[in-house]
Design a protein around this ligand. Sequence first.
Ligand SMILES: O=C(O)c1ccc(O)c(O)c1
Ligand SMILES: [Mg+2]
Length: 630
Amino acid sequence: MKTSIATVSISGDLSEKLAAIAAAGFDGVEIFENDLLASDASPAEAGRMVRDAGLEITLFQPFRDFEGMPEPHRSRAFDRAERKFDLMLELGAELMLVCSNVSSVSLGGIDRAADDFRELGEHSAARGLRVGYEALAWGRHINDHRDAWEIVRRADHANVGLILDSFHTLARKIDVSSIRAIPKDKLFLIQLADAPQIDMDLIYWSRHFRNMPGEGDLPVRDFMRAVAATGYDGYLSLEIFNDQFRGGSPKSISVDGRRSLIYLMDQVRRDEPEAAAGLPEIPDRIAVSGVEFIEFAASEAEARELAAFFRGMGFRKSGKHVSKDVTLYRQGGINLVINTEREGFAHSSYVVHGTSVCALGLKVENAAATVERARALGAEIFSQPVGPGELTIPAIRGVGGGVIYFIDQTSELRRVWETEFVPVAGDDAPQDASLTAIDHVGQTMLHEEMLTWLLFYTAIFRTRKTPMVDIIDPAGVVRSQVIENDEGSLRLTLNGAENRRTFAGHFINESFGSSVQHVAFGTDDIFAAAAALRANGFEPLHISPNYYDDVEARFGLDPDLADRLRAENILYDRDESGEYFQLYSPNYGEGFFFEIVERRGGYRGYGAPNAPFRIAAQKRHLRPKGMPRA
Ligand SMILES: O=C(O)c1ccc(O)c(O)c1
Ligand SMILES: [Mg+2]
């Protein structure tokens, strides 16, 4: 698989772009003319920069408003083409993209356009160059790749071919099976882009909202299957016009791009094994059955406070690590560990972020295969020296720098708790709060990082995304999207803060980066949980009584139930499929919190309608210098 990306897809000046593209492992780059015009480098110098970075120029583009013109526009278009051929020879680019004409003076006519392309083919062949024709979705006469192909077919010139761009084809919902009838030697380049499904003007959608394959909602996989069926084995080139990417980190966008292509082609290899025989074999997306543990990094003093929090929620101190300052707390199927080591990863995480979640442990089928797939997708493998009596737990770095460990049931890892921890007799055992499992883990990030996290989780794990939901914070909007498995036993909520005055934004600011902001535990009996918390002296987040008057009226609740909710500070939501009960801890530090939830029936949401009231309460509890109030 040969991969390429257009310079328009990422931010920075030309040399920054090239460095990031090369570092991410791309083989080639499309030079967008504007990037050259903006650069101080001459075309020859720019070409040298590309080759010095170890890249090939896959395309020079775009050449506009060429075919089907009346005179004198026609002659002028040919003159312009000659000028660009000069430039391409200096640059060292061999293929030029001609996008379909949008000019109001263009005449249309398949044969007229074919004649123009045949003549352009002659001119380009004389210079040793080739031209590829792309149907823009908004082209004046040609806006469908099937018509562009007819023109290329009738032009019948070896130096004239077709360029397919998944966006233009999929945005117009053109049947992709038509691609299977195109001979592969006439496909000069494949451009790939996805996009979120939003109803808007095609040009605006294309130029501002494209994203990497897998990040959006278009069936890029079906498009690529059809391309693979032709036997096409040339460059796959990302061409992503996206405002956020243009303002983002060149490195991270480039890494996402490479990841998206590897992920896409791994799916295509499985769909079309005949066609995609040459692609590397990597383990399929990894099934995750849930969260095995959550690890917090803390100082000793803060660990005592955190442990008091855990105790209040019914967690029992259950084990001490055989060789490290790590303590295990358990309840139901939930494992929480606090790491107070003075060296190693947890400690450096503590130094940077303060007391926080530094690692997640996920339950997978096969931990070694998980690391293999993650590595193939460009994830960073994590390891640190193993102490006496410790197992080597396979791990990778998550997007925000946190660690994700993998525990399976088929290796010695299944005995990790017995192997690494000695039981401790909890003398001061709290009342069990009937917490059974981790319902979801909430990760907070900047809004512009959301697609990166989304692609990371969905490319490596057998998970899917749910539609974006807006969480209304009194100081702004937080966008929330969930990564989940089919069973609902793994749910990661990604919360993207658009400003720093939201509760989520405050957390990112104060904890120096994106990470886990909350952990939600599931229970089968929220009222039993609330009673246990009370018995353990744990005071939940206080919710305004005004909220309960509204809930009672809105859902027509039985007044007794409304009173119980009010008395226990439990939030309530309901949809067609079931009910949801939520109980919140006070903030820990700068906005970290726990949540206890009960789902009844088939409720699959997260109580978004309650968020404004819960967030308002949490903000009232934010203290100038934060330590818990438990
Ligand atoms: O938005 C455009 O004009 C444009 C230009 C060149 C392309 O390859 C493309 O897909 C879109
Ligand atoms: Mg294109």
